[in-house]
Design a protein around this ligand. Structure first.
Ligand code: ZN
Length: 96
């Protein structure tokens, strides 16, 4: 019984150490990632994407389905604002 509890403590400490180590390796990203548990699982492209005020999708800048004047933001920023990847040009980033 006590052995099982001890194992749990060791596991929890190990997970916390791993989380801290991850934070150190990516300065500035930790707080954002930790507050993102409610976001849909999505793999975002690591580059700028085009969004429009009218739309709810973010696009590759070369996508022909962009309507209106595109604004260039990072994919992370687009996701934070509630945009989702365009299924036509960024469908590979949609996890269904
Ligand atoms: Zn598109």
């Amino acid at each position: 019984m006590s052995r099982r509890v001890w194992t749990g403590v060791v596991l929890a400490a190990g997970l916390m150490a791993a989380a801290v180590g991850y934070g150190y390796s990516r300065p500035g990203a930790t707080a954002t990632l930790l507050s993102r548990h409610s976001m849909p699982a999505m793999q975002a492209p690591a580059r700028e994407v085009a969004i429009t005020p009218e739309g709810k999708l973010f696009h590759d800048p070369s996508c022909p389905y962009i309507h209106g004047k595109p604004e260039m933001v990072s994919a992370q920023e687009a996701a934070r604002r509630g945009y989702t990847p365009c299924p036509r040009c960024l469908g590979k980033y949609l996890r269904r």
